[in-house]
Design a protein around this ligand. Structure first.
Ligand SMILES: *Cc1c(COP(=O)(O)O)cnc(C)c1O
Length: 390
């Protein structure tokens, strides 16, 4: 046998293991240091009550002969796809049922979608970035070019007509930078993709954090996007499903004359057998009136944390993106410090743990990510320590 040689081209990610190692060593030397973690990329609030009720009820149905369900439709149950259709209709985006595919999360679909594209495609990925986009393409030996996200462009790069790409990744609101495209900026990418016959892979995992009504929450709000984009979304950050697992992908009929939608259906029916019935019932509950009320209370809690942190950075005169339409804040390390130096400084002087920007790409070397997914009292305490130190 011959192994896939391209796995050897993957860079080992030392980011989270190095953070854990440094924090453990510090804790061992200073057992009484009251550490606060602002580096968590996972939600911390539990599933909301309507979701838990839906899980319980669906589990009970699975224990009764008359209501038991075995294999479902690989594309997802109609009840959930209809609920998603209604969610999009609420912001003026009309989706056909066959355009919506239920999955076990956005990460799997972001990786699996590459089955549909030839190896010869050139892939354009912003830097800094969520590492999944780069690594899944390295595994397939695709050529990757980077779009520089910098302080100058507010970490929202625009297309460069001199760069030719076939697949384009956009994540908005962004992980790690928290920056979100406005309509005009995103329209430029849509126009570029249409002019070049490229496909945009649009990661909307954080759309529910958008509070500014002028910002697009779906790429399909833009003119012509159905002809050039696939959208990935997830219940993970929206409703705390990181451990429950559910997401969805929208593959428009207008994209490549329906070819990609047809291929994705074929791919899923061949390699995927659907998301558990009980999980799809739980996801359906998110879109009920009560579900929306309950998840918005959880989202508001994280948004308050983000506001506490952004008010602090503003008061300190520190440059940052995110925090307003995102659970992430991306700040410029003070005094030209590099991100790992700033990590050690915050850990030692304020007992705060964040994420060095260098771990997300070369443009992150002087930047630092804080997250709003923590406990509110601890976030307030962290803000007080930042004010004292910086
Ligand atoms: C958390 C996150 C997702 C969601 O992934 P799931 O597999 O649905 O949990 C997708 N994209 C980005 C950028 C994320 O940070």
């Amino acid at each position: 046998m011959k192994i896939n040689p391209y796995y050897q081209n993957l860079e080992t990610s030392y980011l989270f293991s190095t953070i854990a190692h440094k924090v453990n060593a510090y804790q061992k030397a200073h057992p009484d240091a009251p550490l606060i973690r602002l580096g968590i990329g996972d939600v911390t609030l539990p599933l909301v009550p309507v979701v838990v009720d839906a899980l319980r009820q669906a589990a009970a149905e699975q224990g009764v002969k008359e209501t038991f369900r075995g294999y479902g439709d690989e594309q997802g149950y109609d009840f959930l796809r209809q609920a998603i259709q209604g969610y999009y209709a609420g912001r003026g985006v009309a989706l056909a049922m066959e355009e919506i595919f239920i999955s076990d999360g956005a990460k799997s679909d972001l990786g699996n979608i590459l089955d549909l594209f030839a190896q010869e495609n050139t892939v354009l990925i912003p830097d800094p970035v969520y590492p999944v986009y780069v690594d899944t393409n390295i595994m397939a030996n695709r050529k990757v070019v980077f779009a520089d996200a910098t302080e100058e462009n507010g970490f929202l790069p625009l297309p460069d007509p001199a760069v030719k790409a076939d697949l384009i990744y956009i994540c908005s609101p962004n992980n790690p930078t928290g920056a979100a495209y406005d309509r005009a900026g995103l329209q430029k990418w849509v126009d570029y993709a249409r002019d070049n016959g490229a496909v945009i892979l649009y990661d909307a995992a954080y759309e529910c954090f958008i509070t500014d009504a002028n910002l697009p929450r779906s790429i399909f709000e833009l003119e012509g996007a159905k002809e050039c984009a696939i959208e990935f979304c997830s219940f993970s950050k929206m409703a705390g499903f990181t451990g429950t697992r559910c997401g969805y992908t929208v593959v428009p009929t207008a994209l490549a004359d329906g070819m990609l939608q047809k291929m994705w259906r074929r791919r899923q029916t061949t390699k995927f057998n659907g998301v558990p019935y009980i999980v799809q019932r739980a996801a359906e509950a998110v879109f009920t009136e009560q579900g929306q009320k309950e998840i918005h209370a959880s989202l508001a809690y994280y948004q308050q944390n983000a506001k506490i942190l952004s008010d602090t950075l503003t008061a300190l005169g520190i440059w940052y993106t995110g925090g307003q339409n995102s659970p992430y804040l991306w700040l410029k390390c003070p005094d030209g410090m590099e991100s790992w130096t700033f990590f050690d400084y915050l850990l030692e002087k304020a007992h705060l743990v964040g994420t060095p920007g260098a771990g997300f790409g070369r443009n992150g070397v002087n930047f630092f990510r804080l997250t709003a997914f923590g406990d509110q009292e601890k976030t307030l305490e962290a803000a007080a320590r930042l004010k004292q130190l910086l």
